[in-house]
Design a protein around this ligand. Structure first.
Ligand SMILES: Nc1ncnc2c1ncn2[C@@H]1O[C@H](COP(=O)(O)OP(=O)(O)OP(=O)(O)O)[C@@H](O)[C@H]1O
Length: 781
């Protein structure tokens, strides 16, 4: 999404300040009531907004000009707020660049910070934010990192401007501090402001000698579902945008600032940079040149190059032209107003900064949807030609290939993020080193001493960090070991349960018991070795943690309260000194007011002297304020380092409690193992008992079998005897029937013979009957 925006221009007219009033200056600029129009001499200019000088109050600048930009940043547009104007015209005051936690004059930057974190708080449930800040200054045509703590101690290595493949401008190696709260952001701003080059001139006791750019970059990842599909701006998954807050150094005239030597050189550089920026603005503001595609001299100065995207680029930009109303500044004010007027003609083309991958995926998704719709259309009426289908297929394959490329890119980014993590570790070590140095300074050590101890301390700190990492790694390893152990044990119990049900049915009791015993023994040995190992590791962990805790305590309690008192005392002393000086200034101003006739030579001389003294005193107050700031900053840093030490201690405490939990887990696991073992033993006992009972039953059955065999044998013998006798009877019956006819022929002896035969026959029949019934009984048995 692209929108054409012209650079919006606001003019801020500050009130006359003390020195101007003392010099009897009057207003030379008027604001047309109800109109964003100013008049100076015979010139009249119209802007987007005008503040001060009788028009709307400067406090409305934020709501009118800046708040819409902050809103645009949340919608993915880059934005710039640029303060321009003569030295002492109130740029730093308006931007609030010299903001510190204690005092705020209602400048723009503090309000921006407030708005950003309020908005983040409102949508934090549905959006993830990554907010970073960088703060740089361009001093004598070199770019310096104001958040790089090294630059204050080890000289100031300048940073290089690089051009990205897409023509964007980046600063290589610039510190981009991640911030999570308004306070963190403010502390970065205050830290950078303290490092910024300032100096005293006749026109401003605290004149900025460099152009400063405070950049807030916001990356947002919408995690919640997109509700408004109509508005693409809101529906993007990943957006990133930057807000540049630029406080330029003021244009100045050497004659008026009284600059010489270093200040003069600084002034020349400032003017050069501003002139080059003016040329860029002229080239961009000239419609004819713009239409002809004329050259824009961005490369003539680093300032212009860095503001390339803000002026004529893809940013939404607001320029605030700060002017002094004093008639003595009329010429410079007119120049500033002309400069601002030209800037109004600049056209920017603001674009939403989507995450390139997300954007490409979005394009691909819509392309696929489009293709699918086409396909459906052709399928629907059945008239789709084969060629068209081929084209669609080709398109799909192209999209798939590009998808593959994106995946590869993702892989590369993952690698890069791993490298960044490594760098973060190094940065952490570096940070700790600096905290140690601050601590040493606060302890009153000399720089030489610090430097000599530095390597040793740094090594120590590195060892601590490594130790913490090792301990954390070890803890994770122990946890996973413990969980896998629990898993193994539960698996083996399940296996055994299965095995038991099979074996008790099909294996002989003795075999089952012996293999089970072996298995149990093995398990027991394994368990006890593991237990011993864990105990040893835990002891080691305990020892290390205790050591670490002792060291941390020593680190944290090294005379904190004494130092704090010392610094508070120092800050109070400075405050007292400042008040005395301010009183002196008041007196001088009073005396100045009392000088009756300025025409009197003595009075004039006195006035000059007073003015000179006033200037000196004002610069002394400014110096004192700076010192006070430094001390307050030190005090804050000390508190922060104390907090860091406490956090570390809390962390140790947390590791300790994790260790205790681990011990409890090990104990629990040992108890579970004991229970499992007891239940197994009980089971085995039961099985043994069952085996014995089976054996007894078997013996009983064998004896019964034996007895039955014997009965059978006896019965068989008896039946054989009966058969034998039956055979004899049959034989004797046959013999008697043969003798019977011969006996029937006689009378007396014949009857006797018949009687004998009948008796014999009867006996045989009875015996046959006996044998048969006996045989049948045996058969039945
Ligand atoms: N709106 C205002 N109300 C009251 N005092 C102001 C206002 N604007 C600026 N001043 C005062 O004017 C003086 C100069 O302001 P400041 O340092 O912001 O100027 P500057 O434009 O940043 O100067 P330079 O960049 O050249 O150093 C300061 O003492 C500041 O307190």
């Amino acid at each position: 999404m692209e929108s054409s925006d012209s650079v919006r221009v606001a003019v801020n007219i500050r009130p006359l300040i003390t020195t101007e009033l003392v010099n009897g200056c009057t207003d030379c600029i008027t604001v047309v009531p109800g109109e964003p129009q100013v008049q100076i001499g015979s010139h009249s200019f119209t802007y987007d907004y005008v503040y001060g000088g009788g028009g709307p109050p400067p406090s409305s600048i934020y709501d009118d000009c800046v708040d819409p930009l902050v809103d645009a940043v949340f919608r993915g547009y880059n934005a710039t707020v640029l303060a321009y104007g003569q030295t002492g015209s109130g740029k730093t005051y308006t931007m609030g660049t010299n903001y510190n936690d204690e005092e705020s004059n209602g400048g723009i930057i503090p309000k921006v910070m407030e708005t950003i974190f309020r908005r983040v708080g409102e949508v934090k449930n549905s959006t993830e934010f990554l907010i970073r800040v960088s703060f740089i200054e361009i001093f004598k045509e070199e770019v310096f990192d104001l958040l790089d703590s090294k630059s204050t101690t080890l000289g100031r290595p300048p940073i290089q401007i690089r051009e990205t493949g897409s023509g964007g401008i980046t600063l290589s190696g610039v510190t981009e501090a991640e911030v999570r709260t308004k306070e963190e952001m403010a502390s970065n701003l205050a830290r950078g402001s303290l490092s910024r080059a300032t100096g005293s001139t006749n026109m401003n006791s605290q004149s900025s000698r460099s152009h400063a750019i405070f950049t807030i970059s916001i990356e947002q990842n919408k995690t919640g579902s997109c509700l408004s599909a109509v508005n693409n701006d809101i529906c993007d998954d990943i957006l990133s945008a930057k807000l540049h807050l630029v406080d330029l150094a003021g244009s100045e005239r050497a004659k008026r600032t009284g600059a010489n030597g270093t200040r003069l050189k600084e002034g020349i550089n400032i003017n050069k940079g501003l002139l080059a920026l003016g040329n860029v603005i002229s080239a961009l503001g000239d419609e004819r040149k713009r239409k002809e595609g004329g050259h824009v001299p961005y490369r003539d100065s680093k300032l212009a190059r860095l503001l390339q995207d803000s002026l004529g680029g893809n940013n939404k930009t607001v320029m605030i032209a700060c002017v002094s109303p004093a008639d003595t500044n009329a010429e410079e004010t007119l120049n500033t107003l002309k400069y601002a007027n030209r800037a109004r003609n600049i056209q920017n083309k603001a674009v939403i900064n989507r995450d390139p991958m997300a954007a490409q995926l979005q394009t691909m998704r819509s392309q696929i949807e489009h293709l699918q719709a086409e396909l459906l259309f052709y399928r629907g009426d059945g008239n789709g030609s084969f060629d068209e289908l081929q084209i669609l297929k080709h398109k799909v394959s192209l999209l798939e290939a590009s998808n593959g490329e994106l995946r590869q890119e993702l892989q590369e980014r993952r690698l890069a993020s791993e490298q960044l993590a490594q760098r973060a570790l190094e940065a952490q070590a570096e940070k700790e080193k600096l905290v140690m140095q601050i601590e040493a300074i606060r302890n009153g050590k000399s720089w030489d001493e610090i430097e000599s101890n530095q390597n040793q301390d740094f090594d120590l700190m590195k060892t601590y960090l490594l130790k913490i990492q090792e301990l954390e790694g070890e803890l994770i390893r122990l946890k996973s070991l413990n969980s896998s152990k629990c898993r193994r044990i539960s698996d083996s119990v399940v296996e055994d349960e299965d095995g038991t049900s099979k074996n008790s049915l099909f294996s002989s009791g003795n075999d089952y018991l012996s293999s089970d015993d072996i298995e149990d023994n093995e398990k027991e040995v394994k368990h006890s070795t593991l237990q011993e190992k864990l105990d040893r590791e835990l002891m080691e962990l305990d020892k290390r943690l205790e050591q670490k805790e002792a060291e941390m305590k020593r680190f944290a309690s090294s005379g904190t309260s004494v130092l704090k008192q010392l610094y508070e005392k120092k800050v109070n002393e400075l405050e007292h000194e400042k008040r005395t000086l301010q009183k002196e200034i008041e007196e001088l101003r009073h005396n100045l007011g009392n000088i009756s006739s300025p025409s009197d030579v003595v009075a004039q001389k006195l006035e000059e002297e007073y003015l000179h003294k006033l200037n000196v005193l004002e610069s002394q107050v400014a110096e004192l304020k700076k010192k006070q700031d430094v001390h307050a900053q030190l005090l804050r840093q000390k508190q922060k380092s104390d907090e860091a030490a406490k956090r570390l201690q809390d962390e140790i405490q947390r590791i300790r409690s994790q260790k205790v939990q681990l011990q409890q887990k090990i104990k629990q696991e040992a108890e579970q193992f004991k229970l499992w073992k007891a239940s197994r033993e009980k089971e085995v006992q039961q099985l043994k008992k069952e085996g014995r009972r089976n054996e007894y039953e078997m013996h009983k059955l064998l004896a019964l079998n034996q007895r039955q065999k014997m009965v059978l044998q006896r019965k068989t013998e008896e039946s054989a005897m009966a058969t034998k006798r039956l055979k004899e009877l049959l034989e004797s019956r046959k013999a008697s029937s043969r003798e019977a006819p011969s006996a029937g022929n006689g009378s007396g002896p014949g009857v006797q013979a018949i009687m004998q035969t009948v008796e014999h026959e009867l006996e045989v029949t009875v015996r046959v009957h006996d044998v048969r019934s006996q045989y049948e009984r045996q058969m039945a048995e």
